[in-house]
Design a protein around this ligand. Structure first.
Ligand code: SF4
Length: 341
């Protein structure tokens, strides 16, 4: 019987920056930590220099030793299937380049813009639709913030700024505070949304300072976590997220439907239930974006429909996330009509 990897990885008491600095970057080390070096999985590992393995030890700690099918491991281990070239899977499946109105700024939807606030991540998720995004051309430092926010200031229809990435919480609190102040100075912006996976993989990122920063802003702030499986939540998330919620920060979650990770009825229902226990509302269930290298995570339309029907049948409505996909050129996310997919 597999078990958590506690004996190998003691809980880390360091700050989030040092946890990140000590992240696992070599597939071989990850397999060793999980006692999988002799498993056939080791033969499937591939090295991708453009989008290498990156996973903090705090996340590895939640994987199950000896289990090659661990749903967290599957999300981070680069395997040979990624090298296949499959028709319909492209480098920029959402055609974001077309909406890249200023370096680091994407204006796709009415009323909101997406600011690429940081160009790296704390974890490299193999299914990521931005795995080929040209971050090098979209570095957003103070200068680029200035022109991006000028754009926002000149369009009074924009009421929400979404910080994305990469992972925006890779910015230190000081930098983030500066950015928030500049956004808050634009009178027509009312809301701030932060999409981040960093607090999921490194709970230490949920510092008291960050909470203070977000709760003191005049902007109504939502933190959208990206959790795909209930096993990603650690016991320490419970208290930390409760404090953020108590400070007035709306906590939402979006999930990507992934073959081999969360494509069964029980897993999806348990995820919604667990999120609610942690004070987080399930918000979107995303169909996989057709990004090159992630095709092995795709589910058929029939299976997607079956899974979603099950959630509708067994969960109260507020725990059933909206099933959506993103279609290039569309002015909003597309709700997937269950009867006809
Ligand atoms: S953290 Fe988000 S942006 Fe970064 S690799 Fe994972 S899914 Fe992509």
């Amino acid at each position: 019987m597999s078990k958590y990897n506690h004996e190998l990885l003691q809980p880390c008491k360091n700050n989030w920056q040092s946890v990140l600095a000590q992240a696992v970057r070599e597939p071989q080390e990850l397999l060793q930590l999980l006692k999988l070096t002799e498993h056939p999985l080791a033969q499937q590992v591939c090295i991708d220099k453009q989008f290498p393995l990156l996973v903090p030890r705090t996340f590895v700690q939640r994987m199950r030793s000896g289990n090659a099918d661990d749903p967290l491991l599957r999300q981070v281990l680069s395997v040979a299937d990624e090298q296949l070239s499959v028709q319909g899977y492209t480098q920029d499946p959402l055609d974001e380049q077309a909406s890249n109105v200023s370096p680091g700024l994407i204006h796709k939807y009415h009323g909101r813009v997406l600011l690429i606030a940081a160009s790296g991540c704390a974890v490299n998720c193999r299914y990521c639709f931005r795995r080929h995004f040209p971050y090098a051309d979209n570095r957003v430092g103070r200068q680029q913030w200035h022109s991006a926010l000028n754009y926002v200031a000149q369009d009074s229809s924009i009421s929400e700024v979404i910080l994305s990435g990469g992972d925006p919480l890779l910015l230190g609190d000081e930098q983030l505070s500066e950015l928030l102040e500049q956004i808050a100075a634009i009178a027509h912006v009312k809301r701030l949304r932060i999409h981040s996976r960093l607090p999921v993989v490194i709970p230490q990122r949920l510092t008291a300072e960050l909470m203070q920063l977000l709760s003191q802003s005049r902007l109504r702030t939502s933190l959208v976590l990206h959790i795909n499986h209930a096993q990603e939540l650690a016991p320490e998330h419970l208290g930390l997220l409760a404090q953020y919620r108590a400070a007035g920060i709306t906590l939402l979650n979006q999930t990507v439907l992934l073959k081999g990770v969360n494509d069964d009825e029980q897993t999806l229902c348990q995820l919604s239930e667990t999120l609610f226990d942690y004070g987080v509302l399930p918000y979107y269930l995303h169909q996989l974006d057709r990004v090159q290298g992630a095709q092995h995570f795709a589910l058929s339309a029939e299976r997607t429909q079956e899974l979603y029907r099950h959630m509708q049948q067994y969960l109260p409505g507020y725990l059933v996330p909206k099933l959506v996909c993103e279609q290039a050129g569309q002015p909003h996310k597309t709700l997937i009509p269950i009867g006809i997919i």
